[in-house]
Design a protein around this ligand. Sequence first.
Ligand SMILES: [Zn+2]
Length: 478
Amino acid sequence: MPLVPAPRRPLAVLGALALAGLPACSRDGDAPTRPPNVLLISIDTLRADHVGAYGYGRDTSPNLDALAADGVRFEEAVAESSWTLPTHATMFTGLGQSVHGVGYGRSRLDGSVTTLAETLSAAGYRTKGVWTGPFLHSFFGLDQGFDEYLGFVGETCYDQEAFDVDDESSREEIKETHDASHRTITSADVTDEALRYFGEVGEVGDAPFFLFLHYFDVHADYIPAEEFVAPFLADLPEATNEVEAKRNDLLARYDGEIRWTDHHVGRLLDGLAERGLADDTIVVVTSDHGEEFLEHGRYGHNATLYDEVLLVPLIVRPPDLADARRGAVVEATARHADLMPTILELADLEAPGPFTGSSLAAAIRGERTEPRAAVSRLRLGETYAWTAVRFHGKKLVRKELADGDDVAVFDLETDPAERTPLAGDDAVTLLERFSEQLEAIDAFEAGVRARLGLGEGGDVDLPPHLRRALEELGYLEG
Ligand SMILES: [Zn+2]
């Protein structure tokens, strides 16, 4: 089974304690303490290699870089998919797409799935979500467990009850909202709302909070405020043709949006510290997917599973992080499905499970961790499905398209841009190995689906050869 942390504080007991305003017991049994607050930040469409802490040459992210220097940074954090809905559903559930199914054949998260917000709420947390992109709408069921789930598009809050999936005009309204959200600037609103909330929770003081914030301005359209984009536009690389010139211009504007959003994340983290909450709050910053700038012939996301859309930043700052770990770079591969079990273990809370992900807490503490595989999936309609598997520096990209299947293996060490698929006997051997691994992962996810009673079942008990493969892939404890 996945690497689920040993049961810690029983949820029901903790919930009762927190609701009664009483502190829970600390790990060492000395001073009473309560679980830490949780601040989970998703910066939509932020690719890792445009963040300073990840080695980007432009000064896009001083505040994220400072957070990385104070916490730990995962060098290889892999998105579940290349679009907003399934990746957030995975962050919120610890489950891969083939299990929760959201954006992968199903439009809403099944009410029977236990979310991170529900788990924390049951443990006595106050829970709040602030979101700014249409796929985070409660329409898709991602609001489960939030006491308050507030959407912003500019100054207008969505009518949370107005949308109906079966209604044509509702669907039209969603499309209009979607388009409008790309043009609307919301980072300042998100931070202001969070700062107000920090004031409220500071006054109440007895229950910990879980605050989820979704920043959307890095997403197209790239229309940052002049002062944030000017330094990048003033420093455009030489272009030899129109295509290059357009790409350079878009990259500068994308970087300007990152700088703008980083500024508001900085205000947020300053506010957290000024309210005296930073020492009692787990901060997690990530993104749902990256963005393409012609690396494989197109702009945007939600079309491929190459690394420009899959590698995202992941920075974690637990309040009790050892000084020696501050600024550490974690090599263990991280996945969106790992976030929920990780946050629960860091908060010393019992994790409900089963998950397809597993806790990264040991990796954050600097303990040796086994190699881990990461699977990403993308399915659009009936005839467009991609699967990517990465393990030990190699990556399988499998495309099932209307005009046939296409499978390629890349060596990420020698070809990080994924330009030239491996060929010859090595490629054949790797393809066979990846096929077996994918078979094992599929069986594992089907088993999790069965245990949760979701969709078509699989075998809860896996045959020995699949168990061995999953142990090697870091999916099961050996
Ligand atoms: Zn997104």
